[in-house]
Design a protein around this ligand. Structure first.
Ligand code: UD2
Length: 326
């Protein structure tokens, strides 16, 4: 091949070099591969392969752990995860009167949620001036993001998927490694730590963990994109918690948001809004870690014998009082 007299091969080499150095343009996402390095000489209880919880199932049929008290060693877990210097995004929506739940949510999170980790709270509200000022410990930040109000609670609850998706795009994927999306009308009561971290994390709804799948309140109309047939289903997952790597939750929220929009176009609203779409998504995209109902209880429910610790629980609320519609 002959070059024209004006061609300068070193210019081509320079351009190719710069391209290889900078790489093709792609969204900036944070690295997500860590070794499970444990410090030398750390003393903790010897694990057993014969003794453990026998009153509950601690692994799913696709071999994801189900996290119950007694299945992990908090000292060991913290010593493995804390040196990774992870940042955990935590989204919470407080739209309309739900802003009144924020103080308890945040104050109890400071006591129990991912203590010792970098935590970034993203508070979505239409009432930024009513967001309480809460003392945050070192390494923890809070940003308030204004969102529109609505006169339908179903819309507020369901629109979370879309807003989480777009906020991951605009900032969270650059600021955090993992994300938890939580209901605000809740309080933490005990440790919720690094044992909950995983690629895609779901929580078993406390109302249905002892039920057969036919009794799960899945969306049963085939016309809906959230449809689950009667003879399918693993668990009933609660919509009050979605977690995992930021990019995996991004995919989940994108898919659910799009399916919700298709349903809306067909004038269908799934039985439990985004919770129904979440359940459908997780049936065919299995979570890599499942949190037991310790991580999502409801204050009106008496504690059952298999639940040794209630870590996070929905408060009793007067629906007519706090919701914009009934
Ligand atoms: C269940 C789910 C919830 C959601 C909903 C179905 C559990 C324990 N809860 O709760 O996650 O799937 O069913 O839509 O699994 N919100 C506001 N302002 C409002 C209304 C709602 O900010 O006026 C936000 C707030 O963060 C709240 C969340 O949406 O925590 C869910 O709404 P909810 O708690 O009223 O829904 P609920 O109790 O039926």
């Amino acid at each position: 091949m002959r070059f024209s007299t004006n061609f300068k091969p070193y210019v081509l080499l320079l351009v190719v070099g710069i391209f290889l150095l900078l790489g093709p343009s792609k969204p900036m996402v944070r690295s997500r591969v860590w070794n499970m390095a444990s410090p030398e000489k750390l003393l903790y209880k010897q694990p057993s392969v014969l003794m453990g919880r026998t009153d509950v199932v601690t692994v799913t049929p696709w071999l994801a752990s189900i996290i119950w008290e007694g299945t992990f060693d908090p000292v060991l877990i913290d010593n493995i995860y804390k040196p990774m210097n992870l940042t955990i995004a935590t989204t919470v929506f407080a739209v309309g009167k739900y802003v009144s739940f924020l103080r308890d949510f945040l104050e109890t999170a400071e006591m129990h949620f991912m203590v010792g980790f970098n935590v970034r709270y993203y508070v979505f509200t239409d009432r930024p001036h009513d967001v309480p000022s809460v003392n945050l410990t070192q390494g923890r930040h809070l940003s308030v993001i204004q969102v529109p109000g609505s006169n339908r609670w179903q819309e507020i609850s369901a629109r979370r998927m879309e807003i989480i998706q777009t906020t991951i795009e605009s900032q969270i994927r650059r600021e955090a490694d993992y994300i938890f999306c939580l209901d605000v009308d809740s309080k933490f009561h005990a440790r919720w730590g690094a044992e909950s971290l995983g690629r895609l994390v779901a929580v078993i709804h406390p109302g249905y963990y002892d039920q057969t799948r036919a009794n799960f309140p899945y969306e049963r109309r085939p016309a809906s994109m959230a449809y689950i047939p009667m003879d399918e289903g693993d668990y009933y997952y609660g919509g009050a918690m979605i977690g995992g790597f930021v990019e995996d939750v991004y995919t989940l929220t994108t898919v659910c948001r799009n399916r919700f929009a298709v349903d809306a176009g067909n004038s269908i609203e799934a039985a439990w809004q985004e919770e129904s779409h979440l359940n459908r998504y997780l049936l065919y995209n299995k979570p890599s870690k499942v949190l037991s109902p310790e991580y999502l209880w409801q204050d009106f429910k008496a504690k059952t014998k298999e639940v040794k610790v209630i870590r996070f629980s929905g408060v009793i609320k007067n629906y007519a009082e706090v919701r914009p519609n009934v």
